[in-house]
Design a protein around this ligand. Structure first.
Ligand code: GCW
Length: 637
C-alpha cells in the first residue's frame, strides 16, 4: 500500500513538473534555498534566498546611488534603497553584473481594462483587476513587472468610466496599490473628464469653472488619503467621443492644467494623450491632426503635465513612420505610448515579437527626448497571461526597453528565451538544463542522453522571433500600406471597405488610395503635406519619392503601379513579392517550430503550434485578399 502511494506521488510529481501552462512566465526559477543573504530584510533578500544558486549574497545600501540603480560586484548588490536592491536581485538572477540605471523614471503599463472586467483590445481573457479580480495573480503580476523594472500601472481603460472615481472603486484601487507597493509599482488611474458631472452632479465639467476645479481638488485629496503614493491621472480627452475641455471651447492645456493643479500638492502627474482626431479637423489628413491640435499648447502646460503620444501618427500599425508630434512640442515633456497588446499585429493569434518595431522608433525619437514610456498591456486572466506564449516576450521586452532602450532586440530575445524555455524537455521525457555556454557554443548539454542540438534550436527560435515582425508587415501591409484592416475588430484584411456612415478616417480605401494610376497616400508637398511636420532630414527625405525609404513609400506617396523600385522591378511586382515573402516566412516559422518539438514541453509546444498554423492561414488570407483586390487596379482586364 505504502509503495503504491509513493508511486502515485512520484507520478504526480513528474506530471506537475511536466505541466507547463506558461503561468510562470520568465520567472521559472527552481527553489534552491541555498544562499545566505546579508543586509536588509526585503524582497531582494527573499527572492535570492529562495532562488539564487550560489552560497552567499550581500545586500548593501548606499544612499549616494541614483534612484533604482544597482551595482553588482561578485555577489554583492549595492543600491540606494530596497527598490534598487530588488532590481539588482532580479538582475543577479538573470546573470547580470556591473552597474545599471534606468533610462526613465516613468516605466508604466497602461491597462485598457473596463470595470465590468472586459478589456478593450485585450486578447488574453478578462481583467485581473476588475470584476474577476484575483489578488494572488495581482501579486504575481507585481513580481513579474518588478523583475523587468516596470514601476507604474494605469489600472483602467483610457475610455474611462466616471465610476472609477467613486468611493467604492477607490477603495479597491487602494487594496490593489497595497499589493503592488512592495514591488515598487505605483498606481495611476485613467479619468473621464466629465466625472464632475457624472459623479459629482455638477452642471458642467468646464475646466475654468471654479466648482469643477474644486471637485477635482477634493477628489485628489480623497485619493491621496487612501493611497499616499498615488501616481496621477491618464487622460483621453476629446478623442473618439470622450469628453474634454474642447466641449467648453477650452484648450487641452487649460484642461490638463486644472487637473495638474489638483494633484500637484501630492506630487502627482497628468499624462495627457495626444491621440486626438476627427471633431475639429474635418477633412484634414488624420496623421497631421495631433500636431495641428496641440502645437499651440506647447509651452503652456504645467510642469507636472506630460504629453503622451503613440509612436506613430496614426494608430499602432505594423509599421508607421514616427509621430512628428515628437518634433513639434519643444517645450512640453513627452512620453511615448507603445502598444504591447497586438491590436493590429495579429492579436494573441500571431507570433510577432515587437522589440524590433520599438527599436525602430527609438532610432528616430531618441530616448533622451522623452521623460517616460508607457505600454498598453497584453495581460489578462488567461493561464499564460498573454494568450500566446510568445506574446509574453513583448511584455518582457517592453519592460527591458523601458529600463534600457539601448538593448538590442536580439539581447532581449535571448534573455527571454533562456528564461522562458530554458529547461528543455528531451524527446525521451528527460529534462535538460539550459546552459548558456554549451548552447551558445556548439557543445552538447551535459546531461542529454540523446544528442540534443540545443544551440541550433535556440538560435533558430531566436531567428524566428527576430524575423516575425517584418514577416507580419510583409503579409499584412508592406511598403508603407496602413489601416486596411477589417472594420472594428482589426483582425484580417478588408482593403475594399468603405462605409458612408463611418468617419472617412476609419475606411481602408481612404488609406491606400488605390486606383488605376497607382497606390498610396500622397502626403508630400503635392498632397496633404504631412511631410512638412517632420524635422529635417526626414522632411526632405520623406517628401521626395526618390529618397523616401521604400518601407514608407506608400505612406507618403501615391506611386504608379509600373514605378521602378531600387531592385529594378515594378511596384506591383514588389508588392506581390512582399506578400509572398511574408507567407513564406510563416511557413518557415512552422518548420522551425516543428524541429524544436523534442525540446519544448508538450503543452506550450502544442498551443504555440496551433496558433502558428492559424497564423499561416491568416497570412495567406491577407495575401489573397489584398492582391486580388489590388490586381483589379494594377492589371485591369
Ligand atoms: O487604436 C484605437 C483603438 C481603440 C483605443 C484607441 C485609443 C482605447 O482601436 O480601441 O481606445 O485607439 O488609443 O484611445
Amino acid at each position: 500500500m505504502k509503495r503504491i502511494a509513493c508511486f502515485v506521488v512520484a507520478v504526480a510529481c513528474v506530471i506537475s513538473a511536466m505541466a507547463e501552462d506558461g503561468s510562470r512566465l520568465w520567472l521559472r526559477y527552481d527553489k534552491v534555498e541555498k544562499a545566505v543573504v546579508t543586509g536588509p530584510e526585503c524582497i531582494a533578500a527573499e527572492e535570492l534566498r529562495n532562488f539564487y544558486p550560489g552560497e552567499r549574497v550581500n545586500l548593501v545600501v548606499d544612499a549616494t546611488m541614483a534612484a533604482d540603480a544597482y551595482r553588482i560586484e561578485g555577489t554583492t548588490i549595492t543600491a540606494r534603497d530596497e527598490r534598487g536592491l530588488m532590481y539588482g536581485a532580479y538582475a543577479l538572477l538573470r546573470g547580470e553584473t556591473g552597474y545599471s540605471a534606468p533610462q526613465w523614471s516613468l516605466r508604466i503599463l497602461n491597462h485598457w481594462d473596463n470595470l465590468d472586467g472586459s478589456i478593450e483590445r485585450g486578447y488574453a481573457g478578462n481583467s485581473i483587476f476588475w470584476e474577476g479580480r484575483n489578488d494572488t495573480l495581482i501579486k504575481e503580476y507585481a513580481r513579474a513587472n518588478a523583475s523587468i523594472g516596470i514601476n507604474g500601472t494605469v489600472l483602467n481603460n483610457v475610455n474611462a468610466s466616471p465610476k472609477m472615481l467613486s468611493a467604492s472603486y477607490l477603495q479597491q484601487v487602494k487594496e490593489i496599490a497595497d499589493i503592488l507597493r512592495p514591488y515598487g509599482i505605483r498606481v495611476y488611474l485613467s479619468v473621464n473628464f466629465a466625472s464632475p458631472m457624472a459623479l459629482g452632479g455638477l452642471a458642467t465639467a468646464d475646466p475654468l469653472d471654479k466648482k469643477v476645479a474644486k471637485w477635482w481638488r477634493a477628489k485628489a485629496k480623497e485619493i491621496y488619503k487612501l493611497i499616499p503614493d498615488f501616481g496621477g491621472f491618464l487622460v483621453k480627452a476629446n478623442s473618439e467621443g470622450q469628453p474634454g475641455p474642447g466641449d467648453y471651447h477650452r484648450t487641452h492645456a487649460e484642461g490638463a492644467n486644472m487637473l495638474a493643479d489638483a494633484v500637484k500638492p501630492y506630487g502627482g502627474i497628468i499624462m495627457w494623450r495626444s491621440f486626438v482626431y476627427g471633431a475639429n479637423h474635418k477633412g484634414e489628413d488624420r496623421v497631421k491632426q495631433a500636431v495641428s491640435e496641440f502645437v499651440n499648447d506647447d509651452g503652456k502646460f504645467r510642469d507636472n503635465v506630460i504629453l503622451q503620444s503613440k509612436n506613430g501618427p496614426l494608430d499602432f500599425q505594423p509599421r508607421e513612420p514616427y509621430a512628428p508630434i515628437f518634433d513639434n512640442m519643444k517645450r512640453t515633456p513627452q512620453m511615448a505610448e507603445l502598444q504591447i497588446t497586438q491590436e493590429y499585429l495579429g492579436q494573441s493569434r500571431h507570433l510577432v515579437y515587437l522589440a524590433p518595431m520599438w527599436q525602430e522608433f527609438f532610432g528616430f525619437v531618441k530616448p533622451d527626448r522623452l521623460v517616460g514610456i508607457a505600454g498598453v498591456a497584453n495581460i489578462g486572466l488567461d493561464k499564460n497571461w498573454c494568450g500566446h506564449h510568445f506574446s509574453q516576450a513583448n511584455w518582457y521586452a517592453f519592460g527591458r526597453l523601458a529600463w534600457n532602450p539601448n538593448m538590442t532586440s536580439e539581447e532581449i530575445a535571448k534573455e527571454w528565451l533562456k528564461a522562458t524555455f530554458g529547461q528543455w524537455t528531451m524527446g525521451n521525457g528527460q529534462w535538460g538544463m539550459y546552459n548558456e555556454q554549451l548552447t551558445m557554443g556548439n557543445g552538447q548539454p551535459e546531461n542529454a542522453t540523446n544528442h540534443c542540438p540545443l544551440s541550433i534550436v535556440h538560435s533558430s527560435l531566436l531567428s524566428l522571433m527576430l524575423r516575425s515582425r517584418e514577416a507580419c508587415v510583409d503579409y499584412m501591409m508592406p511598403l508603407g500600406l496602413h489601416h486596411i484592416f477589417k472594420f472594428d475588430h482589426h483582425y484580417g484584411p478588408e482593403p475594399d471597405a468603405f462605409k458612408a456612415d463611418y468617419p472617412l478616417e476609419w475606411c481602408p480605401v481612404y488609406y491606400h488610395q488605390a486606383d488605376s494610376a497607382g497606390i498610396g497616400f500622397n502626403r508630400s508637398h503635392s498632397g496633404t503635406n504631412a511631410t512638412s511636420q517632420y524635422a529635417e532630414p526626414y522632411r526632405s527625405l520623406y517628401d521626395d519619392l526618390r529618397t523616401c525609404p521604400e518601407q514608407y513609400l506608400l505612406w507618403f506617396h501615391h506611386v504608379p503601379w509600373t514605378y521602378r523600385m531600387s531592385n529594378g522591378r515594378t511596384l506591383w511586382e514588389n508588392l506581390q513579392a512582399h506578400y509572398d515573402h511574408g507567407v513564406a516566412e510563416v511557413e518557415d516559422f512552422i518548420r522551425i517550430w516543428q524541429d524544436a518539438k523534442p525540446y519544448i514541453d508538450e503543452q506550450r509546444w502544442q498551443e504555440t503550434n496551433d496558433r502558428l498554423l492559424h497564423q499561416l492561414d491568416n497570412a495567406r488570407e491577407w495575401r489573397h485578399t489584398c492582391l486580388t483586390y489590388f490586381r483589379t487596379f494594377a492589371e485591369p482586364s
